[in-house]
Design a protein around this ligand. Sequence first.
Ligand SMILES: [Ca+2]
Length: 148
Amino acid sequence: MRVIALIAVCLVLAAPSFSSLLYPTINNAGFEEVYPGNDAPGWGWYARAKCGFRSETADPHSGKRCLVFWDESDLAPEVYGRLHQGVPVLPGVEYELSLWIRGQEVASGLHLGDWVSFQLNVPSGTYGWQKISTHFARRTISAASTWG
Ligand SMILES: [Ca+2]
């Protein structure tokens, strides 16, 4: 079984400016909110694999909770799980997306992304909390970037 624990997602703007679109908010970024039957309110879920996620209180990076992903599928094209959320961004503005992650028996070849502007590779193996980040800019006129 491969397990990925994801705790906090933070969006940091690389260029200062005036609009709230430059400082977009990610709903439930630290995964502290849970509802009965929904461990990640504010996020959508779509899967084409034997995978899932759950809220976890053991060893969170910050706050009282983190999200744990599990995957029992072999790495193959069109086999994936996607936790996603649309976030408003401005075209041509460079953003930094960072998150804290720890892993247990994480297979190589996994990544997060918006399928358009960036791909953030997930480290393989077993490891403690570490920060990973990427920079991206939407090149087309778009009101939102969906990450998963
Ligand atoms: Ca948290």
